[in-house]
Design a protein around this ligand. Structure first.
Ligand SMILES: *[C@@H]1O[C@H](CO)[C@@H](O)[C@H](O)[C@H]1NC(C)=O
Ligand SMILES: *[C@@H]1O[C@H](CO)[C@@H](O)[C@H](O)[C@H]1NC(C)=O
Ligand SMILES: *[C@@H]1O[C@H](CO)[C@@H](O)[C@H](O)[C@H]1NC(C)=O
Ligand SMILES: *[C@@H]1O[C@H](CO)[C@@H](O)[C@H](O)[C@H]1NC(C)=O
Length: 284
């Protein structure tokens, strides 16, 4: 009798405490162990959460064009969303955050909260270990000559390479980020915006000691202007023109920005402090 009562109560409590599923998208050149630290943290604080880590475009495959990645991953996440009509959360790291933005733009989704974990949302312009490793013969001032060609756009990094000294060429040639931002005046953007605005919350996490995302403010939609000064999100053209819904979300108080010092790029998904302050509160 007592144990029956206990089971029933337990079930009722579990139902009340049921957390929305989490879908995690990894970063560039990632291996599957990237995911483990953050999954462990989620499981510790919210046991029973259904966490799906996208097992696609691992390692070198992550260098494939971002639209290729978005549409393949869309076929995976759409099924998860259908199974969970109450909504899901997207937790996306670094390059993965741009894939998630692509998904949110082209999908009739039911994402409740999109957590963008140190992701170059306004683009990347910086010499990093990754870039030197992948393109040892280029320096950041010159690589636009390659990235802003149809060949260069076959690389994921080319899709969000944003050279502030070559804005016009960027708008002409970038087939991904410039399109999402409506820098190319495409007719798709009405639909992108409608889809993006299905979001309930947008959480932007980044910080000044990241060392990969350049400028680090890109993790919060800030970016360099032509003299490499930072123009923050609310002064960006795509914000002012509400090109994909950012300004509307902000008016709804749906954008939550966290700046955390002393976190290097590969620590964002490992550091319990980051998780507890800025990720956990949104995983409800
Ligand atoms: C988690 O979600 C996936 C995708 O919807 C589903 O296939 C799976 O059965 C779920 N797992 C549990 C333990 O509920
Ligand atoms: C961008 O495209 C326009 C229209 O095709 C062209 O006139 C212009 O020269 C291009 N700009 C650059 C920097 O290539
Ligand atoms: C960049 O922004 C800074 C600070 O707002 C401003 O002084 C500078 O003139 C801007 N540079 C360009 C090229 O727009
Ligand atoms: C995209 O840009 C074009 C041209 O500036 C504009 O007409 C259109 O309304 C913009 N789309 C959105 C969704 O802001």
């Amino acid at each position: 009798m007592n144990s029956l009562l206990f089971v029933t109560l337990f079930e009722v409590i579990s139902l009340c405490l049921s957390f929305k599923p989490v879908i995690y998208m990894h970063g560039i050149l990632a291996s599957s162990d990237e995911v483990k630290p953050i999954i462990d943290l989620i499981e510790k604080v919210h046991p029973g959460t259904n966490v799906t880590t996208i097992d696609a475009f691992n390692g070198y495959e992550s260098l494939q064009p971002l639209w290729t990645q978005v549409y393949k991953i869309q076929s995976i996440v759409v099924d998860i969303m259908k199974d969970h009509p109450e909504g899901v959360h997207l937790l996306c790291f670094s390059q993965g955050g741009l894939i998630c933005r692509g998904l949110l733009s082209v999908t009739r989704h039911n994402v409740d909260t999109f957590i963008s974990l140190s992701s170059p949302q306004a683009g990347q312009y910086g010499d990093t270990a990754y870039l030197k490793y992948l393109f040892p013969h280029f320096i950041k001032e010159e690589i636009y000559r390659y990235f802003y060609t149809s060949y260069g756009q076959h690389w994921s990094v080319g899709n969000y390479w944003h050279d502030p000294h070559h804005e016009e060429l960027y708008r002409n040639e970038s087939v991904f980020l410039a399109l999402l931002d409506n820098d190319t005046n495409s007719e798709h953007n009405i639909e992108y915006k409608e889809n993006f605005l299905q979001l309930k919350n947008l959480v932007l996490i980044g910080g000044p000691h990241d060392q990969v995302i350049t400028p680090w403010q890109s993790s919060q939609f800030g970016f360099f202007n032509g003299s490499e000064d930072i123009v923050e999100m609310r002064q960006q053209r795509f914000y002012l023109q509400d090109s994909f819904g950012l300004r509307t979300l902000d008016k709804r108080k749906a954008i939550h920005i966290y700046t955390i010092p002393d976190i290097e790029h590969v620590m964002w998904y490992r550091d319990p402090k980051v998780f507890h302050c800025c990720v956990k509160p949104w995983l409800t």
